[in-house]
Design a protein around this ligand. Sequence first.
Ligand code: GLC
Length: 440
Amino acid sequence: MTESSNEIATPTTPAAWFSADRFGLFVHFGLYSMAARHEWVMSNEKTSTDDYQRYADHFDPDRFDATAIAREAKKAGAKYVVLTAKHHEGFALWNTAVSEYSSVQTCGRDLVAEFVDAVRAEGLRVGLYFSLLDWHHPDYLIDAHHPRRDHPDARAENAAKHPERYREFLHAQVTELLTDYGQIDYLFYDFTDSREADGWPGKTPEDWDSERLLATTRRLQPGIVVNDRLGIPGDLVTPEQYQPSSPPLTDGIPVAWEACQTLNGSWGYDRDNLAFKEPDLLLRMLIDTVSKNGNFLLNIGPDGRGGMAERDRSRLAAIGEWMRRNGRAVYGAGASEFTAPSGTVLTSRADRLYLHLLHWPFGHVHLPGLAGRVRYAQLLHDGSEIAFEESDPQRKAFNTEPGGQPAGTLTLTIPPVRPDAAVPVIELFLCNPPQASVTA
Ligand code: GLC
């Protein structure tokens, strides 16, 4: 592995911090957290804005503690945190001057201000999520996702709307977020679905005037990282709720990317959804992402009062426990040029390789191509030495003695007892240049 294989070609290269940080925390919070049945509840249940108003009327996020969220993020090992400043429901969590539909108007709190201060205070990078959709704004055109899509008057209503007013409103809101809250490191726009569906046209980059919005974004926050969901190329691509089988390419070129993932399939607090991923699965997803040069953005959904759900907190804590000992297999790490044996994943950073053992092997791990390439090996969580050898390929098996391995193979000796770590990692220190191999 050389440093150069960690370099990522993109149309506009994201700030170096983004790809080095590798792990971020997503926070979905809004009125939908009170409904507690998915952040798309308004669309799923085709709720009118009048009916949905009951959440705004009762919104009281007394347990929303941005400092606690930022601290839990840091303890988990996340390096950046992204808050939903506004989701598709249209409710702004900041002091917007262009709408009365905001947390400041309903409960006197600017949650974005609280969030950016708290995240910065913990030394983490600040990200904001902003929905291009807005099911509350009267000039937002009804489409196949809109709660009003099945209303008999919907098509006639669209004819009377002024989409250009909505566009200016959306630009004004983004401008506020990027002007009034200091340095914003990352903007997660969401989303542009230009596919026609059920006789409704999709929304295209022209609907948002994405080119101008992206230019405004970069002008107001030079150096900001912007995702690709304006429907035009940004700094990274954003596979959602699946793990790409190989590093994503754009026009055949590797691009920076970030997998965003939920804990239970819902982004917003979803009380009765118990389909939670366990920490070891989440860690394997993180490791898989890093091994493909990607970032991992893991979501939590604070509850209707803004408090962190225990089932979220405990998972972050377990990830943090692993990250504290194994973080150097993640931060600044990326794909390896070597082949990972079955049941393992390799990540790489400078002169180190990290062998993540998804299953505990019996006795040995054979690493093709690594003979003569390793000067030292240890279990990462406790720094205990791991012995290795290059066997003679001609050696015949005899009773308790295994036969030789193919030329170029390095064999690690693995202790019988699996360490108490969600995913044990072996750190291999590479020789540079490679040493002459015994078996070569
Ligand atoms: C999707 C969903 C949205 C979620 C987002 C996170 O676009 O519409 O609910 O916030 O993905 O990436």
